[in-house]
Design a protein around this ligand. Structure first.
Ligand code: ARG
Length: 564
């Protein structure tokens, strides 16, 4: 249901082939003020084309437009303000939602294809940071959103499971480690060992040599080194998995940095063949002066490969293995330079597909206005955040709805949903202030508010004995009071499209808040359940709202309990 297109078609027919349908559609605006109509068409471009006054064109077109969909046309200066026929349009939209259900809003953008999404990607033996949380939540939502737009998402957890730090960790473990302690509390224990390594190394620099030599052993495939590495990796992943389970996030691949170990020689060789590798300060680099970027480090003086080398290998692997139409990297904006270099090097290598790689950056999570640190002092561990949020949600339920069935399940859906929504409701580039109280509020722009609105609408349907699959009721005379809600329902596909094009889930988050607010206002004004001829049409509208709220939340990775 695309009324812009419908209007464009009417205009196209009136104008004869002078201007294309797509161009016309792009010119159509949505007035910010409702009294100016539902759509507006400015006539300036046409005026230039026809060498006529725009006001005159507006007047002429205004007289000619005839369609049951457009009930009133106002000509204001060079603008046509178009008012949709509320009854016609509302019944169409509600009918469409009842028919399509969760498929409402699904679309095909730009021919589809695979979209790889590099997301979450925490570092082994280190705590899961707020940045990794943001990457997980944004990446997960983007996966649902691109899927809704006809692409096939492939979620890749590019684990930080390789690098010199593992040499240090092995050294520290060999010196001071305790297997039992690591098993019980892997990340905490490994982190403590890592910190101790740095403390002691300040006084005893020979430790650094030991670290380097263990990493060398690891790279050369030494059995003991490999075993320890594998064990640290397994234990860390077990801990990360608990977080992913809580958040209900799954991955298609856990190919982390180590996965590319045997794929980097090829990259170095390709770079040599293309004569892109040069020696600089005893290291091998690719110069990017033409691109106004610092050189990209490929190989260190001791032959060790680097983060960037692994990302080059990963990019090639993803292109060859997944044949991506687009390749996204959901990583904090501190790494912008790295991704610029990565893409620039691939372009220099002659890979046109590097154009299809997109760094999707995001802002920081702040606490009291300062960057949240997972390492020093006030550590906020993600798992604790989630469990606390769930506990608070559980407490709310106990107060508001003590007889609810499945209180624990609902508390989890609400507690986790609150954390996710708080992250996604802002444009992703904004920094966000971390506050559990704020996240869990039942009013305002929060996850629980939207979930609560959904549950409330479900309860109205239960009370009204609503049966799905009844044909859309046509008994409302005006659809006046409903108009705000129906015109928002109509907007859902556009919100999804914007989210997909801008790779920004907040478009959907803001949309569901708007819809929830409009619905609550409507429900306060209109007695939906009153027995009269209009009741079934009103229930059909309530049902449409539940379908769209639920689907909107799903696209954000949030569940919608029917009772709470
Ligand atoms: N492990 C990295 C970090 O925590 C993020 C990896 C992002 N993905 C990538 N392909 N470089 O900083």
């Amino acid at each position: 249901m695309n009324f812009k297109k419908e209007l464009a078609t009417v205009l196209f027919e009136l104008l004869g082939q002078e201007i294309s349908l797509t161009e016309l559609e792009l010119m159509i605006e949505k007035p910010k003020i409702a009294s100016r109509g539902d759509l507006a068409f400015p006539c300036f471009t046409l005026a230039k084309l026809k060498r006529k006054s725009p006001n005159l064109i507006a007047l002429e077109l205004g007289e000619k437009i005839q369609s049951p969909t457009f009930e009133k046309i106002e000509v204001v200066g060079a603008y046509l303000n178009i008012f949709l026929n509320k009854k016609e349009v509302s019944e169409k939209i509600v009918g469409e939602i009842i028919k399509k259900k969760a498929l409402f809003g699904s679309q095909e953008l730009e021919g589809g294809g695979n979209v790889t999404i590099d997301m979450s990607s925490p570092n082994i033996a280190k705590p899961f940071s707020m940045g990794h949380l943001r990457s997980t939540v944004i990446g997960n939502a983007l996966a649902f959103i691109v899927e809704k737009c006809g692409y096939e998402p492939i979620k890749i957890n590019h684990l930080g499971d390789w690098g010199t730090q593992f040499g240090k960790l092995i050294t520290a473990y060999k010196l001071w480690g305790d297997a039992e302690k690591v098993k019980q509390n892997p990340i905490k224990e490994l982190l403590a060992l890592y910190i101790k390594f740095h403390e002691v190394a300040e006084m005893d620099p020979s430790l650094e040599d030991q670290g380097r030599s263990w990493f060398k052993k690891l790279e050369d495939g030494d059995e003991e080194a490999l075993q320890l590495w594998q064990w640290f990796r397994d234990e860390s992943l077990k801990e990360f998995s608990r977080i992913y389970d809580l958040m209900n996030v799954q991955f298609d691949s856990y190919a982390g940095e180590a996965f590319y170990n045997d794929k980097m020689d090829r990259v170095v060789k390709l770079l040599e063949e293309k004569q892109l590798l040069i020696e600089s300060d005893q290291a091998q680099v690719v110069e990017l002066t033409d691109e106004q970027l610092p050189p990209c480090l490929i190989k260190k003086s001791d032959g060790a490969t680097l983060y960037a080398t692994r990302d080059l290998a990963a990019a090639l692997y993803r292109k060859e293995n997944y044949k991506f139409a687009k390749s996204l990297y959901v990583v904090g904006h501190e790494q912008s330079l790295h991704f610029k270099q990565l893409i620039a090097v691939l372009k220099k290598m002659g890979y046109a597909w590097a154009e299809k790689m997109v760094h999707v950056p995001f802002g920081m999570m702040l606490k009291d206005g300062k960057k949240m640190s997972t390492r020093k002092g006030k550590v906020v561990l993600l798992e604790e955040v989630l469990t606390e949020s769930i506990a608070m949600a559980r407490h709310n339920i106990e107060e508001k709805n003590p007889n609810l069935a499945n209180k624990d399940g609902v508390a989890k859906q609400v507690g986790v949903g609150a954390v996710i929504f708080h992250d996604l409701k802002n444009n992703r580039m904004n920094d966000i202030e971390f506050s559990l109280e704020e996240m869990l509020r039942f009013e305002g722009e929060t996850g629980p508010y939207v979930q609560y609105t959904f549950a409330r609408a479900c309860s109205i349907l239960r009370k009204g004995n609503w049966q799905t699959d009844v044909p859309p009721a046509a008994y409302l005379s005006g659809w006046e009071k409903e108009w705000k809600v129906t015109s928002l329902l109509m907007e859902f596909p556009n919100a999804i499209k914007r989210a997909c094009e801008n790779l920004d889930p907040s478009q959907v988050a803001k949309y569901v808040v708007d819809l929830a607010q409009a619905f609550n206002k409507y429900y306060a004004e209109v007695k939906v359940l009153e027995e009269n001829v209009e009741r079934s049409a009103r229930l059909a509208l309530v049902y449409s709202v539940t379908v769209v709220l639920k689907e909107g939340l799903r696209l954000l990775g949030i569940e919608a309990p029917e009772e709470m």
